[in-house]
Design a binder for this molecule. Structure first.
Ligand SMILES: [Zn+2]
Length: 219
């Protein structure tokens, strides 16, 4: 039986519907056809959200989001050490909590907010970039975890001469949980920022359109 991913002619695994490559894709990227959102792709979106954050930094929405982020980190730190307090520890939840604490060591709140808003702006502008909600969550989790891996978990790639992050075998459930925690805490603020970016662009496009239309009248 062939792999169920469109266009794939490889043999599906014995018990599954996907070939080994698409199984790995699903696990690492949240969907068999999801291609990763890498650092380079996110740059222009980060550049677009920064000025919006700058001009709104003093507003309550951003300040409260920061308090919620700090609160989340406290809860995560607690869970990483004590579990749910009743002696239960969920592996994926603990992993997500540890990752958030680790990234908070290297990235400040604004970098986290920027990253979430940049991904939401990308999703708003190009909804098809993400194959599913889970794929979006996994890409969000990867982008956030990347903030905390500048020194830990990176290695020198001899082929390209660059430092590369190590993302291997991060459980999908932990990614989904990590994304959920972050969205619950600061998703509202990030969403408003991403919407402001898109409406800035629409405004610019409209003004450019009016300008171009007015040029026609010059004769
Ligand atoms: Zn396949």
């Amino acid at each position: 039986m062939n792999c169920k991913a469109p266009g794939c002619t490889r043999e599906a695994g014995r018990y599954g519907r996907l070939c080994p490559m698409h199984i790995v894709r699903q696990r690492t990227h949240g969907h068999p056809q999801q291609s990763p959102v890498n650092r380079k792709e996110l740059y222009p979106w980060l550049d677009a959200v920064r000025p919006v954050i700058d001009r709104n930094r003093h507003k309550d929405g951003i300040k409260i989001a920061e308090e919620r982020w700090i609160e989340l980190l406290k809860r995560c730190g607690n869970y990483a050490v004590h579990g749910d307090g009743k002696g239960h520890v969920n592996h994926a939840v603990r992993k997500a909590c540890e990752s958030l604490c680790a990234l908070a060591q290297e990235a400040n709140f604004e970098e986290v907010l920027e990253t979430v808003a940049a991904l939401l702006a990308l999703q708003g502008f190009e909804p098809r970039r993400f194959e599913s909600d889970a794929a979006f969550s996994v890409q969000l989790a990867r982008s956030l975890r990347r903030l905390g891996t500048t020194s830990v978990g990176s290695y020198y790639d001899r082929n390209t001469g660059k430092m590369r992050g190590v993302y291997r075998k991060y459980p999908r459930h932990a990614s989904l949980y990590l994304a959920r925690l972050v969205i619950e805490a600061i998703g509202g603020a990030a969403m408003c920022i991403s919407k402001a970016v898109l409406s800035d662009w629409e405004r610019t496009a409209r003004l450019n359109g009016q300008y171009l239309a007015s040029l026609v009248e010059i004769g």
